[in-house]
Design a protein around this ligand. Structure first.
Ligand SMILES: *[C@@H]1O[C@H](CO)[C@@H](O)[C@H](O)[C@H]1NC(C)=O
Ligand SMILES: *[C@@H]1O[C@H](CO)[C@@H](O)[C@H](O)[C@H]1NC(C)=O
Length: 466
């Protein structure tokens, strides 16, 4: 590809990144089960505005709490001298580090910082809970040695992690794109790979580089969904989204093999490829990206993958039995009509990532509407049945990842001002990056997403949200 196309793809890829209501006291009730009270109190003392001070914006009252926030990111080095040396050697350039992916279990938050520019010393880190500052330095996971340098890359180690998922077997799965310097001088230094860690021991338990014939020129693998059923930890399937070349790779853990799936409904919609964010106008043509699994449908023994291209207003579905049928994909006989659109989020409804509760509520990060939306999968997918949980141009300015925590009671999001980082200049005198949390019950309470609220069957115009 020529360099202009390359740069364009780079910019679009970075996007591979992505609305509300309960009274505050309800929101707080029972949501801290997973966290030590000491930490919660600490947070409240240090971020007094967190209780109430989010800018009242959008529809309904505020639901998300800021848990951590940064003007600029930092890493925890073994010694201050090691950090100073890394900065002097430009191995660590703090202004180039921007958080992207998130995964959360009971005592830790995992954050990715892909190496899309120079000076990002590690691309996967933790924040240990309790944390005693609002802006903790990132601790590389599982340790510094697990991260390779970009100058002399060792592809057995972590190079550039984009996103993560924690499964019901207490494992952290990550997708390492193998791509560095996407902003300046894109290089696919290593094949994209899946890596899994056992969170009880922090040992790496699996690494799987995708075979070359499943990677296209210009691919970028940025999202990962893990499908474990009935506690069968050794029979996981993993779905990995190729946002630039419109594919979903399927990894079958039991067979230690993988294949590539394609469908025209993985493609971006040209009418959803124009974005305006805080005065910046840009065009992204990112394909299949955000995805979430339904609960297991017991009689049929199947799950549905709800997914959407980044540059699209629509939501799509496919049964996972279709994706998991290796024969169908390797013999080119998968039924294209098994994929379908279920409806639209409306104008400016582009979404980065999404996740689903065990009760079938889908939460989606909506980048142009500067917020998070919810939808109860039992209702028709349309704007009458999609609620904005919260909109807030500051706190939820550009929500680039959204995940339920390991016990699926809280929704966590990362907002990172990515367009400003890409096309303008972040102001390091102000807060640029935030991790926020909302309790699921609090978020859906009083909205159409509450399963007890009857679906709105009225026909609607697909344009009202703006
Ligand atoms: C919370 O917000 C309400 C409404 O703006 C205000 O009346 C109240 O004083 C605030 N409480 C705190 C603790 O800031
Ligand atoms: C897998 O796909 C093949 C080819 O499309 C089809 O004949 C077969 O029935 C499918 N298997 C399952 C288990 O769905």
């Amino acid at each position: 590809m020529n360099s202009k196309v390359g740069i364009f793809l780079v910019i679009t890829a970075l996007c591979a990144v992505s609305c509300a209501h309960s009274p505050f006291n309800l929101h707080f009730a029972g949501q801290n089960r997973n966290f030590s009270p000491a930490w919660t109190i600490q947070q409240q003392q240090q971020l007094p505005e967190r209780r109430n001070g989010s800018i009242p914006g959008g529809i309904g009252t505020n639901v998300f709490d800021v848990m951590f926030q940064w003007n600029i990111m930092d890493f925890e080095y073994p010694t201050p001298a090691a950090r100073a040396n890394a900065i002097a050697a430009r191995q660590f350039i703090p202004q180039n580090v921007i958080p992207l992916g998130i995964a959360v279990n009971n005592d830790r938050i995992f954050v990715s910082t892909p190496r899309w520019n120079e000076g990002i010393p590690a691309s996967l880190s933790t924040i240990e809970l309790p944390a005693f500052t609002n802006s903790p330095a990132l601790v590389p996971y599982p340790n510094w040695a697990a991260h390779t340098s970009t100058t002399n890359p060792d592809c057995n180690r972590l190079l550039s992690v984009y996103r993560m998922a924690i499964d019901e077997c207490n494992r952290l799965w990550v997708i390492d794109s193998g791509i560095v310097n996407a902003l300046t001088n894109l290089q696919q230094l290593c094949p994209p790979k899946i890596v899994a860690f056992d969170l009880a021991t922090d040992q790496q338990v699996l690494t799987y580089p995708f075979p070359a014939d499943q990677i296209l020129q210009g691919s970028l693998h940025t999202n990962i969904v893990v499908d474990v059923r009935n506690g069968e930890c050794n029979r996981a399937f993993v779905y990995v989204m190729d946002v630039w070349r419109n594919g979903i790779l399927v990894f079958d853990m039991a067979q230690a093999t993988s294949w590539r799936t394609t469908n025209y409904l993985y493609n971006p919609d040209p009418f959803a490829s124009d974005y305006t964010y805080q005065g910046l106008n840009f065009q992204w043509t990112d394909g299949v990206f955000g995805a979430a699994l339904s609960p297991l449908n017991k009689p049929a023994g199947d799950r549905v993958l709800f997914y959407h291209p980044m540059s699209s207003f629509n939501e799509f579905t496919v049964r996972t039995s279709i994706l998991r049928n290796q024969t169908a994909w390797t013999t080119n006989s998968a039924p294209a009509t098994a994929f379908s659109s279920i409806g639209s989020r409306g104008r400016r409804g582009q979404s980065s990532t999404a996740d689903m509760t065990t009760s079938g509520i889908l939460f989606a990060a909506q980048v142009q509407l500067e917020g998070v939306s919810c939808w109860d999968t039992r209702k028709p997918y349309n704007l009458n049945n999609i609620a904005m949980v919260q909109r807030d141009p500051t706190l939820l300015g550009f929500v680039n990842d959204l995940k339920l925590d390991a016990d699926r009671e809280n929704v966590w999001v990362v907002s990172n001002n990515l367009p400003t980082y890409l096309y303008s200049q972040l102001d390091y005198g102000q807060i640029n990056f935030r991790l926020l949390r909302a309790n699921v019950m609090g978020a859906i309470q009083g909205t159409i997403c509450d399963p007890q609220v009857v679906a709105n069957q009225e026909l609607i115009n697909v344009c009202p949200i703006n």
